[in-house]
Design a protein around this ligand. Structure first.
Ligand SMILES: [Zn+2]
Length: 405
């Protein structure tokens, strides 16, 4: 192979060019760094050391020295929001939006930040307005999710349903609580005076559609709630047989919810009184899947239909297998209410008062439902937690049962 002497010149030239390019790069970097005030680095240092207060002070200094720094305004606004200083966060983001030189992408970002400030500050009207404007921006998905949260907080179910449909057009993501939005509409229609049965029917049909294929992916709480509301509608229509059949499915499929459906299921029987067969059926379910709610329902129904002897017999047997303070409290309460009547317990009324007085408080405390997400305790069962607004975070179990598991 011939050696070309040109290489001897070319290689050093290329090498030299590379060296010059590197110097230019380093120089440019150094000059940019010099342009950044020291406060910027101090702020950064504080942030890294998780001292947001001091970081904020340092950044405010930078912003004063150089008001053009858009990104730093965003960082400051974010820090204020995270620290709960919402007025200051709002001011920073409003100032950004008012700037005429702000490029369109940053304007969108500032609007998004401002809407989040309003949401966190509880200014739902303004937050809603902001997120609606962002529905056509690159923040569309986040905006629609935020809108759903706002409408849920406001209990505006028609708007929540519309926002949920928008979200499903944007991304293929299931919204399991959508069934509950329709159920909320149905519940309101049934509670209206007079009840709006057609609206309830339409809402329940939409809810059933939202449940999808129950065999493939059962939404247990959604199914139970739809069944309860359908039974209520059937009773309104004067069709107790249909109500009974609807609730029967819950007893078969989801016996852990038997306590919640036992009352309306018994009421759907002929004449509204519990037949001994119906009560035996519930007792059989209780033996398989015991729960405090079902205990209460059976105890009350037995007391009403067959008297204290029968209810005490059931309670004694139940408490022997599943000792429960709440169960004992119900028993003593029943005896006190039936003062002077047949003392099926073998305990005197005075003793019943004494014992009841001792266990009443702890029994009531343990007789509450508890949210699995935030721990909020409630006397009644909720499909949506009033504490943290999460859906389906209550189990059909009282604290005493939860602590025992
Ligand atoms: Zn909660």
């Amino acid at each position: 192979m011939d050696f070309d002497p040109w290489w001897l010149i070319l290689v050093p030239i290329l090498f030299g060019l590379g060296w010059i390019a590197a110097r230019v790069d380093v120089r440019q970097m150094l000059s940019e760094t010099r342009r950044l005030p020291d406060s910027y680095f101090r702020g950064l240092n504080f942030l890294l050391n998780e001292q947001p207060d001091r970081a904020i002070d340092a950044f405010i200094e930078v912003v004063k020295l150089d008001p053009e720094t858009i990104e730093l305004h965003f960082a400051l606004g974010n820090l204020f929001r995270r620290r709960g200083e919402l007025e200051r966060a709002i001011r920073v983001h409003q100032n950004l939006i008012q700037r005429s030189d702000l490029p369109a992408p940053q304007r969108e970002q500032a609007l998004h930040e401002l809407a989040q400030d309003y949401l966190k500050a509880g200014l739902l009207d303004r937050a809603e307005e902001g997120f609606i404007r962002l529905q056509t921006s690159r923040f569309a998905t986040e905006a629609v999710r935020a809108l759903i949260r706002i409408y849920e907080a406001e209990h505006d179910w028609p708007k929540a349903i519309a926002a949920m449909q928008t979200l499903q057009r944007l991304i293929d993501e299931p919204v399991p609580q959508a069934v509950h939005y329709h159920c909320e509409l149905a519940q309101a229609a049934l509670a209206a005076q007079p009840p709006d049965r057609d609206a309830a029917q339409a809402a329940l049909d939409a809810a059933t559609q939202g449940l999808g294929d129950e065999e493939a992916a059962p939404s247990v709480q959604g199914s139970v709630r739809v069944a309860l509301l359908r039974a209520q509608l059937a009773m309104l229509d004067g069709e107790p047989g249909l109500a009974r059949a609807t609730l029967e499915r819950v007893l078969q499929r989801y016996p852990e919810f038997a306590g919640l459906v036992a009352g309306p299921w018994l009421a759907s029987h002929a004449g509204g009184t519990a037949s001994s067969q119906a009560l035996e059926r519930l007792e059989a379910i209780y033996r398989q899947t015991p729960s405090q709610d079902l205990f209460d329902a059976i105890f009350r129904a037995l007391q009403a239909a067959q008297g204290p002897e029968a209810s005490w017999r059931f309670a004694r047997e139940a408490l022997r297998h599943h000792p429960s303070l709440s169960g004992l409290e119900r028993l003593l309460q029943a005896q006190i209410e039936a003062a002077g009547a047949a003392t099926a317990s073998g305990i005197s009324d005075d003793d019943a008062h004494l014992l009841h007085g001792i266990i009443q408080r702890p029994a009531q405390r343990l007789g509450r439902y508890a949210c699995q997400a935030c721990g909020f305790r409630a006397r009644r069962f909720y499909w949506q937690c009033p504490g943290c607004n999460s859906w389906e975070t209550y189990l059909p179990k009282r604290l005493e049962e939860l602590e025992g598991t």
